[in-house]
Ligand binder design. Structure first.
Ligand code: GSH
Length: 276
């Protein structure tokens, strides 16, 4: 399997070694919010533990990439850390459990990152974003809880969930490097009632997604962002669900939506190249 992005294959011992290295590494020059280096300030080193396909982890990648915060990446096989006895026999190894005791990503590791008691990393995507925003004084406006955005996000998630089930494992990322990763993924989805659908059902779901996307342009009140006062957490919360759509062939992005998506980049695999 070809991994198009630079990432390290998960292994419990390697994860621990990386975590320890991240803690021990000296600091470098701090980049501030506009990506410029600030004299005399120090940039802590970070390691982000994640799954490429995870929209929650994507929130953190967006923030770190936008503000030029350097980090090493450790991508996990999706089955790593799942307990076979709790998952119909699927799962293997320890995965991210070595960091937090939980089979859950993303997790941020690094010097000065406040770990909850008993953990070797900070879990929870929004806590990681909040920590980074506070520490690096990033100009990111807080989430507004806009009702129209919340409704749109819930609906686009709902009509794309089933389309992503068969496509996610076809993306060439290390989440699926081991056959046991796919087996666990399919088990997990099945246990939530999510199975691959017939062509006819998929065609209908694609129509729903395309219709939904037409609702987004008038909700973009700023230049390539949701709010008139600029890019912020509302965008960080929505964009990962739009990125997920790029693995689906036949999705039509209105020009304003395409511009909105293109305006925020990250370092993850470009799913659009592999849309199916
Ligand atoms: N509340 C968590 C949710 C993270 C989450 O659900 N991550 C998923 C991947 S998208 C996960 O780790 N799932 C583990 C599993 O299902 O085995 C956050 O925002 O960080």
């Amino acid at each position: 399997m070809v991994a198009p992005c630079d990432r390290t294959r998960e292994h419990p011992a390697a994860a621990l070694a990386l975590a320890a290295a991240a803690l021990a590494q000296p600091t470098a020059t701090l980049r501030c919010a506009d990506g410029q280096q600030e004299e005399g300030m120090l940039m802590p080193s970070y390691t982000l533990h994640f799954y490429d396909h995870c929209p929650f982890g994507h929130r953190v990648h967006i923030i770190m990439h936008k503000f030029n915060i350097k980090y090493d990446k450790v991508v996990y096989g999706y089955g790593a850390g799942a307990r076979p006895e709790e998952n119909g026999g699927e799962g293997y190894g320890e995965g991210p459990r070595v960091l937090t005791g939980m089979k859950m990503c993303p997790v941020l590791v690094g010097e000065g990152v406040p770990y909850p008691e008993g953990m070797q990393g900070l879990p929870e995507s929004l806590e990681i974003c909040s920590f980074l925003i506070a520490r690096h004084k990033l100009p990111v406006s807080c989430a507004t809880d806009r009702a129209d955005v919340a409704k749109f996000t819930a609906e686009i998630r709902e009509c794309s969930d089933l389309l992503c089930v068969p496509r996610n494992p076809k993306m060439p990322v290390d989440d699926w490097a081991d056959p046991r990763d796919l087996a666990y993924f399919l088990y997990k989805k099945r246990s939530h009632g999510q199975e691959p659908q017939s062509e006819a059902v998929e065609a209908d779901l694609k129509r729903q997604v395309n219709a939904k996307l037409l609702e987004l342009p008038p909700m973009l009140r700023g230049k390539d962002c949701l709010n008139a006062w600029g890019w912020g957490m509302d965008d960080v919360l929505l964009l990962p669900w739009l990125r997920r759509l790029t693995m689906i062939k036949g999705i039509e992005y209105p020009p304003a939506v395409k511009a909105y998506m293109d305006a925020t980049t990250d370092e993850l695999c470009d799913y659009s190249k592999y849309a199916c």
